[in-house]
Design a protein around this ligand. Structure first.
Ligand SMILES: NC(=O)c1ccc[n+]([C@@H]2O[C@H](COP(=O)([O-])OP(=O)(O)OC[C@H]3O[C@@H](n4cnc5c(N)ncnc54)[C@H](O)[C@@H]3O)[C@@H](O)[C@H]2O)c1
Ligand SMILES: [Zn+2]
Length: 468
């Protein structure tokens, strides 16, 4: 499981973080349609190898007439060229993985997802097309069954839609799968309060941390560094809310210069936001999250069962991030049943994260919708205002400044102006922006824009969030 022997795991080994995302599967499985959507959501180039073959060599049926081996040779070449380019989303022709060379190249350069489809659905989609291998239903079904083995053997995960593909690309799974995620022993770092409510997902050496934000502390990290007895090939598992996954992820990033970790978030906020995206860290005496590292968890397990014990205030905090996500995505995700809502939000964040895994291009900035104002309020209140409540107010400001209806935020999050020092809030906001007044606003739901604002407008919007 680990990377270069003795050197600890490589970040790039996690999912498609720094690799191509390759979609394989039988014809009619939706590789092209899903691939195009996933490419759009991850801002990566999209290569459809069949389209590329036709662009270079003319219609596939004609190419096939020269014999399947000739076609496969051309296909192998086209896949190799796509894999030599920048991290892309690549939809491979149904038979491409029959080539041993292609399978080898995929193993080295791509995270491979098999598009799951029922043979009936696949046949419905391709019957009557000019595809050489889709002329006879019996042949089609025989080939379908025959190919499943090689697909399963080549793929690191399976998915049936774009959200599922994005989740798989960051190792995110729905449901109670933590037990099956590691062959070796797991060492658990858990929120001490959560341990009184839920069985940890795996057996293993147990290290508890203080409940909530108090865990994100230098002294806690120091204690864990001292207590842990892991080899480099072993894996940590974080069990708790965003605070626990932040501190445990940071310990995983630093202990022995980095060991693998698995996140099992137990709060709504953790499941839709904090445990996804590879950011780990703790607070310092100067402020929140000021020491940290990018260290992607090998897997994230989103299990709704943990959310049943969540107090209302914590649920509301998570809902603020859900509303943020829905506004960014342009989808009323909050209308969905809880499990689907969590899945949709996690997948949305996964897409944005994959577009800019290490925050180098600024694409992740949109995830700060509502957070610039939110952070200012948190800081100016001396962190007596809860993050979720501050974000709810920040979303209100962002919608107002965008000239959009604020009803969703008001109905779902019921934000109330908070007690905070207005000058301190303004100073904090300017500090957060490092002098530049750049904000995330919305042209409309689903169309975030990063833009500047005149100081006067920003300050007025901020002050409207503060109790007079
Ligand atoms: N790394 C990131 O990208 C990222 C993103 C967003 C937020 N965060 C961080 O996440 C932290 C907030 O995390 P959070 O909101 O998940 O809360 P949390 O981890 O601070 O926990 C809040 C409270 O909920 C309790 N709790 C946790 N799970 C519970 C459960 N299932 N039932 C009952 N009680 C439970 C905890 O014991 C604690 O008292 C902040 O420190 C924030 O900075 C990180
Ligand atoms: Zn947030």
């Amino acid at each position: 499981m680990a990377g270069v022997r003795g050197a600890g795991p490589l970040v790039s080994e996690v999912g498609a973080v720094e690799k191509h995302l390759a979609l394989i599967g039988f014809m009619g499985a939706g590789k092209s349609t899903i691939g195009r959507e996933v490419a759009g959501r991850t801002a990566r180039p999209f290569v459809d190898t069949d389209v590329e073959i036709e662009r270079l060599h003319g219609p596939i049926p004609q190419l096939f007439e020269r014999g399947e081996p000739e076609f496969r040779r051309v296909e192998e070449q086209v896949v190799a060229e796509a894999l030599a380019g920048p991290p892309s989303v690549i939809a491979l022709g149904g038979g491409a993985v029959l080539s041993e060379k292609t399978r080898e190249r995929l193993r080295a350069h791509a995270f491979v997802v098999q598009m799951d489809v029922h043979p009936d659905a696949a046949w419905e989609r391709v019957r009557g097309s000019d595809r050489p291998l889709a002329r006879d239903e019996d042949d089609f079904r025989r080939l379908f069954a025959e190919r499943q083995g090689v697909y399963e053997e080549t793929a690191g995960a399976a998915a049936a839609d774009a959200d599922g593909t994005l989740l798989a690309a960051l190792g995110i799974r729905m449901g109670a799968a933590a037990k099956t995620l590691s062959q070796g022993p797991l060492t658990v770092i858990a929120d001490e309060h959560v341990l009184t409510l839920h069985e940890p997902p795996v057996e293993g050496a147990m290290h508890s941390v203080p409940a909530g934000e108090r865990a994100k502390d230098e002294a806690v990290v120091g204690r864990l560094w001292g207590e842990l007895e892991l080899g480099r090939d072993e894996t940590l598992l974080a069990f708790g809310g965003g605070s626990t996954t932040d501190v445990a992820g940071f310990v995983a990033a630093t202990y022995l210069r980095g060991v693998d970790w698995i996140a099992v978030p137990t709060t709504l906020l953790g499941q839709v936001d904090a445990a996804i995206g590879g950011k780990t860290g703790i607070d310092t005496t100067r402020g929140k999250n000021l020491a940290g590292a990018f260290h992607f968890p090998r897997a994230v397990v989103l299990d709704q069962a943990y959310l049943t014990t969540l107090p209302d205030a914590e649920r509301r905090a998570g809902m603020a991030e859900v509303v943020k996500t829905g506004l960014l995505a342009g989808a009323d995700v909050w209308e969905l049943p809880e499990g689907e809502m969590v899945r949709a939000c996690a997948a949305y964040k996964a897409g944005v994260v994959l577009s800019d895994p290490f925050e180098r291009t600024g694409r992740r900035t949109i995830l700060n919708l509502g957070h610039t104002f939110g952070h200012a309020l948190e800081s100016a209140s001396g962190y007596t205002v809860r993050h979720g409540d501050a974000v709810a107010l920040g979303l209100l400001a962002a919608l107002r400044l965008s000239g959009l209806d604020t009803q969703v935020v008001e109905k779902l999050l019921r934000p109330e102006p908070v007690a905070a020092d207005a000058d301190a809030a303004w100073a904090s906001l300017k500090r957060d922006k490092k002098g530049e007044s750049v904000f995330v606003l919305l042209e409309e739901p689903g169309r975030p824009v990063v833009t500047t604002l005149p100081d006067a407008a920003a300050r007025e919007a901020l002050e409207a969030l503060i109790r007079k």
